[in-house]
Design a protein around this ligand. Sequence first.
Ligand code: URA
Length: 211
Amino acid sequence: MRVHVADHPLIAHKLTILRDETTRSPTFRLLVDELVTLLAYEATREVRTTTVEITTPVAPTTGTHLASPQPIVVPILRAGLGMLDGMSRLLPTAEVGFLGMQRDEQTFEAITYAERLPDDLSGRQCYVLDPMLATGHTLIAAIEYLLARGAVDVTAICLLAAPEGLRTVEEAIGARGDVTIVTAAVDERLNEQKYIVPGLGDAGDRLYGVV
Ligand code: URA
């Protein structure tokens, strides 16, 4: 498993405003959108391409197109939905599948309550969108789901990750499949409620309100 921490002053600036408890939902949503586009640029460095012949108004030349089958983007509901527009801006031709997962607040295990994905993901590159890699249980369940359907490699894009969660994901699936995690920062730790510290609070609530 590879972990890429996107170290860039613009990302650090936007992330700091995102973390601030005084930042309200409209600004929070906008910043998530911008951050995801920046992270997506890093995350798609290994996206598969194919060579094509084209003709410019001046001369024939050889260029690059995204390879088929197109990548698939998988936001994990609810909070991952706030990352979809930022990702789609960069990969507009990618298909989008959905996984609805929430954590059981007693056991902190991931519960899958909805799924809308092709049964066969053979040969597909998958980009999972989940803003907070906390315990890692949700991400493990999502990655296992995708690899079991034949996905060839999975890149998770997270705004923040906890060291404990990264270790758990590594132990669970590090040796299986080609997995990359791209995050804007790795924070200090998890607290007793399994929130990331210092983190940014509940990403879903801050995006969409407490419902
Ligand atoms: N989910 C969140 O939204 N925030 C955390 O800190 C951990 C999990």
